[in-house]
Design a protein around this ligand. Structure first.
Ligand SMILES: NC(=O)C1=CN([C@@H]2O[C@H](COP(=O)(O)OP(=O)(O)OC[C@H]3O[C@@H](n4cnc5c(N)ncnc54)[C@H](O)[C@@H]3O)[C@@H](O)[C@H]2O)[C@@H](O)CC1
Ligand SMILES: Nc1ncnc2c1ncn2[C@@H]1O[C@H](COP(=O)(O)OP(=O)(O)O)[C@@H](O)[C@H]1O
Length: 280
């Protein structure tokens, strides 16, 4: 049930001579708002640092400026992408009608979508290439909207309820917490419990969404079984990056920020690709 480094290594590959920026995966991000421009920066940073070949960003002017300040590599505006990340740093209550319309278009498109925070209210039952990423509070709200009962906090109850939500929604569910559950509509689930409690810090979820987006864009797929395993690999990299960040503070770790977690994603990726023997 626990997702491992070896599982992640079966999914995350290092680029080779045949690769270019497009084949490595382009992530499109519609995240952030005037209230939360920082969430856009965190997600974009994470997508780059988890190995995207290109990141496109669409959002309000101030968020665009902050994103470019941190990552001038980022391409502003729409264009072809292999995966979307939407909703981090957005608020369903204050979203503009244009934002809502744009989110609906993305959710209806063919590319896989990571659906976070302020876009979760738009998730409706169907058969979707979506990875929804609620924390406990968002999961409870999502379940209430889907007409599903309240559930407990024990690990087995969380796994069962994530599976039920995945099945009713027709999408992969990443239920975040100290133990993060990844569940797919077909009935498979896994857990990632290696994250240090220091990861409980504002913005860590925005980083997670960007990291998952990069892993999904690496080999885009609409198959929920494959999508779930790619999402689990993204969760594992994020948790491992947090361990690297906190572990740099001896002897037992110390406080880390979300941006530091994003900055440590390359270490986690390097550990994963370095664990696989080179083909001679
Ligand atoms: N620097 C930034 O720009 C940041 C932006 N953020 C954005 O802020 C927005 C609001 O996110 P929040 O999660 O704070 O607000 P929510 O509106 O989702 O959460 C508010 C309520 O949900 C419950 N809740 C929140 N987290 C919970 C948890 N882990 N377990 C159980 N219940 C929980 C609590 O009752 C809380 O009062 C999102 O769009 C998010 O992406 C946050 O990620 C923080 C950092
Ligand atoms: N006690 C904990 N131990 C380890 N990881 C945690 C703990 N609490 C939360 N996390 C992780 O931190 C991240 C928090 O995300 P989220 O709740 O969306 O916060 P935010 O909205 O501030 O970004 C998730 O990846 C979650 O799994």
């Amino acid at each position: 049930m626990e997702w491992t480094l070896a599982d992640t290594a079966a999914i995350v590959r290092s680029p080779d001579a045949s690769d270019d920026k497009y084949s490595r995966g382009v992530v499109g991000m519609r995240t952030g708002s005037d209230a939360y421009p920082g969430a856009a920066v965190l997600g974009v940073e994470a997508a780059w640092r988890a190995g995207a070949g290109m990141v496109r960003y669409v959002g309000p002017r101030r968020a665009e400026e902050l994103v470019l300040q941190r990552r001038p590599e980022t391409v502003l505006g729409t264009g072809r992408v292999q995966a979307w990340v939407v909703g981090s740093g957005m608020d369903a209550a204050t979203r503009t009608p244009e934002d809502t319309e744009a989110l609906r278009r993305i959710l209806a498109a063919d590319e896989p979508v990571v659906v976070d925070a302020g876009a979760l209210d738009l998730a409706e039952p169907g058969a979707h290439a979506w990875v929804v990423t609620p924390h406990a509070g968002e999961h409870a709200r999502l379940r209430a909207r889907l007409g599903l009962p309240e559930t407990g906090e024990a690990d087995d109850e969380r796994a069962a309820s994530a599976l039920e939500t995945a099945s009713v929604l027709g999408a992969v569910v990443v239920l975040k917490g100290a133990v993060t559950i990844v569940a797919e509509p077909g009935g498979w689930a896994t857990a990632i419990s290696i994250a240090p409690p220091w990861l409980a810090t504002a913005g860590a979820g925005d980083v997670l969404a960007g990291a998952i987006g990069a892993v999904v864009a690496g080999t885009p797929t609409a198959d929920p079984a494959v999508l779930a395993r790619r999402a689990a690999a993204g969760v594992w990299l994020h948790a491992q990056a947090a361990s690297v960040a906190a572990g740099a503070l001896p002897p037992r770790g110390g406080p880390i920020t979300a941006l530091e977690v994003a900055s440590c994603l390359p270490h986690a990726v390097a550990q994963v690709v370095g664990s696989v023997p080179r083909a001679e």
